[in-house]
Design a protein around this ligand. Structure first.
Ligand code: 13P
Ligand code: SF4
Length: 307
């Protein structure tokens, strides 16, 4: 099928199935364009709680679809490609969290949403890159905190809140691959550009020495910032799927990726063809067993309750 016909069929099936399509900002441009809602992990979690559709087609990666399924046990949640995983979520399993808990019976576990449902079930509260600082700042000061699994986001939260955290040494291969040398070269080439960087980046700890005015933001935070800023040019350190959304929401401005090859192949597994097949055949249904979903929902709702 040609692209136009695929889009027509997706829209027709969407009506027929009473479905909503949610897409992360790292998705392919043509997938973002057919979505009802495009956003960051926090926006997508919120949107998943608001929809009255019967079916949610999640154009993103597995942990995001699991989050939608946990928050909507009565809805059908579909992930168009089961291989859409996440290298960061893979770095930790529930046993790792259990081992820390055994050593710290009064400890609090904060799980970044880039984790499996089973890890979320072991956590007290979840966070995303948009609210990690706020989540940690809301916790009691006299108890140990385990922040999992992203070490660079954890270090950013420590710097901003001044809190001491136990941090799991996990990283996302895409963001860890954006190195200080790449950053220094792009910033030198574009001295007047504003600088937007995702806190998952390996160089997010050193970037403040290169550019003290760096804006460490979630993907949606970048879109919002670029749309309202008076600047015309931005150096952007994150997965390059965000550029499509930046161009849409801040038209006429120039966005320079720190690395053009910062591509998450998991995110790109979802194609229009697979979205069509997903709606046609109602596949692949993502479910989370009750014994995991109940405690994981508690941790997600604790985060969402912070507003
Ligand atoms: P946000 O969309 O929450 O900024 O997260 C980025 C990410 O890596 C999602 O996989
Ligand atoms: Fe996971 Fe990194 Fe891909 Fe985000 S960009 S889904 S953290 S592998």
């Amino acid at each position: 099928m040609e692209q136009q016909e695929l889009v027509r069929e997706i829209l027709r099936l969407k009506e027929e199935r009473r479905a909503v399509i949610l897409a992360h900002s790292y998705q392919r441009p043509e997938v973002q364009d057919i979505a009802d809602f495009v956003g960051d992990s926090l926006g997508l979690s919120r949107e998943a709680t608001r929809t009255d559709a019967d079916v949610i087609v999640f154009c993103g990666v597995h942990f995001m679809a699991e989050t939608a399924a946990i928050l909507n046990p009565e809805k059908t949640v579909l992930l168009p490609d089961l291989e859409a995983g996440c290298s960061l979520a893979e770095t930790i399993n529930p046993e790792d969290v259990r081992a820390w808990r055994e050593q710290h019976p009064d400890g609090i576990v904060v799980a970044y949403v880039n984790t499996s449902a089973a890890v979320k079930a072991m956590a007290d509260i979840c966070c995303t890159s948009a609210n990690a600082v706020e989540v940690v700042a809301s916790l009691p000061e006299d108890r140990p905190i385990f922040f999992v699994p992203d070490m660079f986001l954890g270090a950013h939260v420590e710097r901003v809140t001044g809190r001491k955290l136990d941090i799991w040494l996990g990283e996302c291969h895409v963001h860890a691959g954006i190195r200080s040398e790449d950053l220094a070269a792009q910033l030198a080439a574009h001295p007047d550009a504003e600088f937007l960087i995702h806190p998952e980046c390996g160089c997010s700890s050193t970037c403040i020495f290169l550019r003290p005015d760096a804006k460490l933001l979630s993907t949606e935070g970048m879109v919002r910032y670029a749309a309202q800023s008076a600047a015309r040019e931005f150096v952007v350190a994150t997965e390059v799927g965000i550029l499509h959304r930046l161009h849409q929401k801040a038209p006429g401005k120039r966005f320079i990726p720190v690395r053009e090859d910062a591509i998450c192949h998991y995110m790109k597994r979802v194609t229009l063809e697979k979205v069509y097949e997903s709606l046609r055949d109602l596949k692949y249904v993502i479910t989370v067993p009750e014994e995991i979903a109940v405690p994981a929902r508690r941790a997600l709702e604790a985060m969402l309750a912070l507003g």
